[in-house]
Design a protein around this ligand. Structure first.
Ligand code: NAD
Ligand code: MG
Length: 391
């Protein structure tokens, strides 16, 4: 029997950075939240450990080779175990689920998110790529099925937290803050030979490898600009980016009288995760508090879009609309994979993305099938990008 005082949560990608932090939030609030579903791609041992602790109804392991291991560990505990992408896409429809946290990486989040929305589940959205790929379809489905898309990304959570009480007041613009990543202030010449080890060292946040590389290349901020367009119904001109290396102001909203609201706090993803789960309530938490005296200077600077060309490419994709952000995203996923496999240099990532944006056929008003096709074509094109120009 479902407890009406608790929210039942499905975590897609429970073994990752966001997934494990979401479980910490739930562990601290067991009176409020129940884990209904856990899923992971490859980390079977952590998935089993989590399931033994949180006793979900269902577990999905993406990699089918690991199914026997997970099944034999969890079936004696009466936990149902499934495997593969199809199971992941349908498990979100289970009756008892209230909220689906999309904490998996990349395009793989799209279909499970769409299915969850169609089944009337609220979405705690960490997987920004879903909105980048098909923001129009996803947000209009959410309106149709009357479900909330609750942002988990810290910048978007910040804006979301600035909006209550302002329904009558249009947003003039939003200002997304960016830490600048490990290469802030570097020139193109200095970036030519940076290694993946250097790129994986983020100054303020500990995250999965894909988003960490995206943060170093400023693609993460580019994806967030597009994510913000769909979450808050804005035009490209209304979305600004400012580099704020301390990552204390998580983002800001400027209203039509010129007044600016900012949301602040120490950089800790548990806060936006908990806000999304608890919304509209703020739950008591004992995370370390921010102390102004310890941060006498909060600084701001313009992003360098010439050196970090990915951010300019994301604005271009946003302005062109249609399937262009989907092309940007797919090309970037392959670029990051190749960079992490030492197949291309750091500065070749934007080159590869620009080439895909120029060559993959543009569709002004894509259907879901068009987005799926665009993703496939772009990945092929990006895989064929094989002439290293920078050595
Ligand atoms: P991660 O790599 O640490 O974890 C990813 C999780 O998804 C793992 O559980 C993995 O098993 C699963 N997964 C990976 N590929 C999958 C696939 N193809 N199918 C199904 N499951 C798959 O990633 P993360 O840093 O937790 O990021 C997750 C999402 O949240 C990303 O979209 C990222 O942009 C976003 N996000 C992360 C942070 C952060 O602090 N980590 C902040 C804001 C937004
Ligand atoms: Mg973010």
């Amino acid at each position: 029997m479902k407890d009406p005082n608790k929210k039942y949560i499905a975590i897609l990608g429970s073994t990752g950075s966001i997934g494990t932090q979401a479980l910490e939030v739930i562990r601290a609030n067991t009176g409020r939240f129940v884990v209904e579903v856990l899923t992971a791609e490859n980390n079977a041992s952590l998935l089993i450990e989590q399931a033994v602790e949180f006793r979900p109804n269902v577990v999905v392991i993406g990699n089918e080779l690991l199914y026997p291991q997970v099944k034999s560990a969890l079936e004696p505990l009466y936990i149902k175990v499934y495997c593969g992408a199809k199971a992941l896409a349908s498990v979100v429809e289970m009756e008892d689920i209230d909220i689906v946290l999309t904490a998996l990486v990349g395009y793989a989040g799209l279909i499970p998110t769409i299915n969850a929305i169609k089944a009337g589940k609220h979405i705690a959205l960490a997987n920004k790529e879903t909105l980048v790929v098909a923001g129009d379809i996803v947000t209009s489905l959410a309106r149709k099925h009357n479900v909330a898309i609750l942002p988990v990304d810290s910048e978007h959570s910040a804006i979301f937290q600035c909006l209550p009480g302002e329904t009558m007041n249009p947003i003039e613009k939003i200002i997304l803050t960016a830490s600048g990543g490990p290469f802030r202030g570097k020139s193109r010449a200095e970036l030519e030979h940076v290694t993946k080890q250097q790129a994986l060292k983020h100054p303020n946040w500990s995250m999965g490898s894909k988003i960490t590389i995206d943060s170093a290349s400023l693609m993460n901020k580019g994806l967030e600009v597009i994510e913000a367009k769909w979450l808050f119904g804005l035009k490209a001109e209304q979305i600004e980016v400012i580099v704020h290396p301390q990552s204390i102001i998580h983002s800001m909203v400027q209203f039509e009288d010129g007044s600016i609201k900012a949301q602040m706090g120490l950089p800790d993803m548990k806060l936006p995760i908990q806000y999304a789960f608890g919304f509209p309530e703020r739950l008591k938490a004992s995370y370390p508090r921010f102390d102004f005296a310890k941060y006498p200077s909060l600084t701001f600077e313009e992003p360098d879009m010439k050196t970090f060309h990915n951010l300019a490419l994301a604005y271009e994709a946003l302005r062109k609309g249609g399937n262009m952000p989907c092309i940007l995203n797919a090309a970037n996923e392959i670029a990051v994979e190749k960079f992490l496999n030492d197949q291309i240099a750091f500065l070749e990532m934007p080159e590869m993305i620009a080439e895909c944006m120029a060559k993959v056929p543009y569709i002004a008003i894509p259907s879901l099938e068009d987005y799926i096709e665009t993703d496939t074509i772009t990945r092929k094109k990006a895989q064929a990008f094989s002439q290293p120009k920078i050595k």
